[in-house]
Design a protein around this ligand. Structure first.
Ligand code: 3BY
Ligand code: FES
Ligand code: FE
Length: 435
């Protein structure tokens, strides 16, 4: 029997337990959820920030969030903060949000616009190209050129901005960009504008947020609004469709054929590419029809904006989506795009930033209504937020043991196996360079 005195001698129950991450990854059982420390331990959280978020390409913003020179967003990953800013020459650049004088945080707001970046402490002043332009009371020998902001790798792909915090970024990004651009460019996201943005803090580990996103097994019971738009069994094996869903499945099959014709009409690529756990920069692209009118997230599949995006000509262009490891998913429709960036806050807190994009010339109240545009994902996000919190509560309970994924949770398994594989590779000191 353990007495209270023993517990205190052992460090007390409130002391953080240090975990052996390498042992945990080594004994992970494929096809099963992770062991509890992956969702609860501060040690694993620190490793996730440094080895997963710190060394991979993470999605942070749409270019439409920075329409003008000097527009910026700040990106917080654990205790790290990055400024993503549009420079005067129109280039998107990224810098550590840390002053080169005595280390003060430079910008506090989540987004804004600057002429220069001025430190609030002693007013060291940096250009949007990161160069130090002004520093008072320095000796004659002071060389401003040595104290520019520290740069962070940044890469835009078809209007989507990705950063990598490590000194050496995975090199397979070129190959991935070349593969996904033919799918993304026809939507011309660079010529969209932000119609709405939401930030939700979920009370759960970031991996639970991602796992939840990677399956629609929970959709029928939890997402009434989403089910107004989505068939709940995209890519399900036909033999697994229950009898009660047969009639809807037949509508899905007809809509899939129509979508294929719409794609062919504009030469849009048709291949479903799934490289979720087979490369350093894991991703997946897929295209599925929508229910009812099949156009967008409006009632009965109705459009949500009068202005079609890019080269899309057929309103019934379904939902093209891209999943990105470790932190993003994207839905591109004929008249809007909804992009999601997930950032870890603490072991049991995660930020989900959702951005709704419409054609740059679409006017609110004339071409689109915000409530119609955002209805599906405002509801879906709130429902997913509850599911993530519910799961965090369960996996943090001493009664939790890992459970098996179902046949329709293969993308959850792919996310987890990518994560475990990448963590393991980094713990063993292998190179981060892409294959
Ligand atoms: O957000 C997603 O992409 C997945 C698929 C549909 C709903 N969801 C959980
Ligand atoms: Fe930024 Fe001194 S810390 S100017
Ligand atoms: Fe969901």
């Amino acid at each position: 029997m353990t007495t209270l005195t023993d517990a205190v001698a052992l460090g007390g129950s409130n002391e953080p337990h240090h975990v052996d991450a390498a042992a945990l990854t080594a004994r992970r059982v494929p096809g099963h959820t992770l062991e509890a420390p992956f969702y609860t331990s501060p040690d694993i959280f620190d490793l996730d920030v440094s080895l997963i978020f710190g060394t991979h390409w993470i999605f942070v913003a749409a270019e439409a969030e920075l329409p003008d020179d000097g527009d910026y967003v700040t990106v917080e990953v654990g205790t790290e903060s990055v400024i993503v800013v549009r420079d005067d020459d129109g280039q998107v650049r990224a810098f550590r949000n840390v002053c080169r004088h005595r280390g003060a945080r430079l910008l506090d707001d989540r987004c804004g616009a600057v002429g220069n970046i001025v430190c609030p402490y002693h007013q060291w002043t940096y250009g949007t190209d990161g160069t130090l332009r002004f520093a008072e009371n320095q000796p004659a020998t002071f060389d401003k050129a040595r104290f520019g902001l520290r740069t962070v790798h940044v890469r835009t792909i078809a209007g989507l901005i990705f950063i990598c915090l490590s000194s050496e970024a995975p090199s397979d990004i070129d190959e991935v960009a070349a593969t996904v651009e033919p799918y993304l460019l026809p939507f011309d996201l660079a010529n969209t504008k932000v119609a709405q943005q939401s930030v939700v803090i979920e009370e759960g580990n970031w991996k639970l947020t991602m796992e939840n996103n990677r399956e629609c097994h929970h959709c029928e019971a939890n997402h009434p609004a989403l089910l107004g738009a989505y068939f709940p069994f995209h890519r399900f094996d036909e033999s697994k469709i229950p009898a009660r869903q047969r009639p809807v499945f037949e509508q899905y099959q007809a809509a899939t054929s129509a979508l294929s014709a719409a794609r062919d009409a504009i030469g849009f690529p048709s291949a479903h590419i799934r490289e979720l756990d087979t490369r350093v920069t894991g991703f997946m692209v897929d295209h599925m029809p929508l229910k009812g009118l099949g156009a967008s997230y409006g009632a009965e599949g109705a459009p949500v904006s009068t202005r079609l995006l890019g080269q899309i000509r057929d309103r019934a262009f379904g939902d093209f989506h891209m999943h990105w490891q470790p932190n993003a998913w994207f839905h591109l429709l004929s008249d809007c795009a909804v992009v999601f960036s997930v950032l870890p806050v603490s072991p049991a807190r995660t930020m989900v930033r959702t951005t709704w994009l419409v054609h740059r010339d679409a006017h609110e109240g004339i071409d689109y209504r915000l409530d119609e545009l955002t209805h599906v994902w405002e509801h879906t996000n709130a429902e997913d937020c509850d599911l993530v919190e519910r799961t965090q509560n369960g996996v943090g309970d001493p009664g939790y043991v890992p459970g098996p994924y179902s046949l329709v949770e293969d993308d959850v398994e792919a996310f987890v196996s990518w994560y475990v594989g990448r963590l393991d590779a980094q713990l063993n000191g292998s190179t981060v360079a892409g294959t």
